[in-house]
Design a protein around this ligand. Structure first.
Ligand code: SF4
Ligand code: SF4
Length: 390
């Protein structure tokens, strides 16, 4: 019998040097000495896909060792990064040319720098991507979190990525302990949805079947920003998992509070995965009403329930009589909002935004202790300054 492989995301650190407007993780860093060790990574199961993320993963100076270890158990690895540490990224890619790199770029130059809060963030991200393409890296791309202030840059940014022969990954605002945020919300839904519609039509017009499926994913984002039920079931914790810097294994990064299936520092993978705690989390996932639409939970679902996106693609590609193959008004809720049958307040109530909520940051007590003396930004700045003089 062939061994069942899982889909995993390894959050190697909660430290981050960016200051994004939609994520407060930079205010809540993990202590470096508590971050997931190579010994713990060795205990992970076989995976067909692994995403390495943070915080900013390249803050870890031992990231190459992490990647080396993960390549022993994973068919494919993609690292999500804000692209700031160009030298470290290039250096890692020289050793691991098969690794995938996704650099978050939140819009054209001005918008990106405003959202990301990194000096010269756009130029650095863009230059890093260009260097990687010139090096011959095959699996390189942009990642963009769409919101009111950058939605108009969606198609222009897609076109730049297309010209450079790169992947273009999209997301919308989410709230969770992982983002240390509960107040994210889209205000002008029709405007944002219109930009997604334009992107969907560009993707459907391409010659790449992969892009047609991306079109379906972006159609799902319109559904998500209007607070509707997910288009596909969420099976996180069944064949997909996240592991945080403390070795805690979780179903996903979309929950309000951290949900823990077990801890890989103290347990074996089999003990953890088959434990009562893991089963209890799976029961919660079955009743989860957060309706996230992030690639981490949607990509496995699109593979598992392939006939759903495939049928959607066939129906839209078959519209040979029109250039505009997709309209956002195919979504009933979008029509109902346009026609005044549903109010903005009612849509807001369907979202996960709750400005009164106390946000759980998922930090350990030891990491949180550091915040009594200094802010997260001060801790990470000092940490990076220390790495530079070493
Ligand atoms: S979104 Fe990513 S880059 Fe921005 S603060 Fe959060 S972890 Fe850092
Ligand atoms: S919908 Fe799925 S990904 Fe989102 S919080 Fe619930 S279990 Fe996690």
């Amino acid at each position: 019998m062939t061994e069942k492989k899982l889909n995993g995301t390894v959050i190697v650190t909660y430290r981050c040097n960016a200051r994004c407007t939609m994520c407060n993780r930079y205010k809540a860093p993990s202590r470096p000495e508590e971050e997931i060790s190579i010994e713990t990574i060795r205990k992970l199961p076989k995976m067909y896909f692994t995403n390495i993320t943070g915080g900013e993963p390249f803050i870890r100076t031992d990231l190459k060792e992490v990647v080396r270890e993960l390549f022993r158990k994973s068919d494919r690895i993609v690292i999500s990064t804000n692209g700031f540490f160009t030298d470290r990224i290039v250096d890692l890619c020289r050793e691991f040319p098969d690794v995938g790199i996704r650099i978050s770029i939140e819009g054209l130059e001005e918008t990106n720098n405003e959202i990301r809060g990194l000096p010269d963030g756009y130029k650095r991200g863009y230059e890093t991507l260009k260097t990687l393409v010139e090096m011959g890296m095959k699996d390189v791309g942009f990642g963009m979190t769409v919101q009111d202030r950058n939605a108009r840059d969606l198609v222009p940014l897609y076109r730049i990525s297309d010209e450079m022969g790169m992947e273009f990954a999209t997301a919308a605002l989410h709230n969770s302990f992982y983002f240390v945020e509960a107040g994210n919300i889209i205000h002008d839904r029709p405007m944002v949805a219109q930009n997604f519609e334009n992107l969907v039509n560009e993707l459907l017009a391409s010659k790449s079947p992969k892009k047609w499926f991306r079109a379906y994913f972006n159609h799902g984002l319109i559904n998500y920003i209007y607070g509707q039920k997910r288009l596909l079931p969420c099976d996180m914790s069944f064949d997909t998992f996240f592991i945080d810097p403390y070795g805690d294994v979780m179903p996903c990064n979309g929950t309000k509070d951290k949900e823990v299936m077990g801890n890989l520092n103290t347990q074996t993978w089999d003990e953890l995965w088959n434990s009562q705690a893991a089963e209890a989390v799976r029961l919660k996932v079955r009743c989860c009403d957060r309706q996230c639409w992030m690639i981490g939970s949607v990509s496995p679902a699109m593979h598992k329930y392939i006939w759903v996106p495939a049928w959607w693609v066939i129906r839209h590609k078959a519209k040979f009589w029109t250039k505009k193959k997709y309209s956002m008004y195919e979504n009933r809720v979008v029509r109902d909002y346009r026609d005044g049958k549903i109010s903005r307040e009612e849509l807001d109530a369907c979202s996960t935004c709750d400005i009164c909520e106390v946000v759980n940051d998922g930090l350990s007590e030891r990491s949180r202790e550091l915040l009594k003396e200094k802010s997260g930004e001060e801790i990470v700045n000092a940490d990076i300054a220390g790495q530079m003089v070493r």
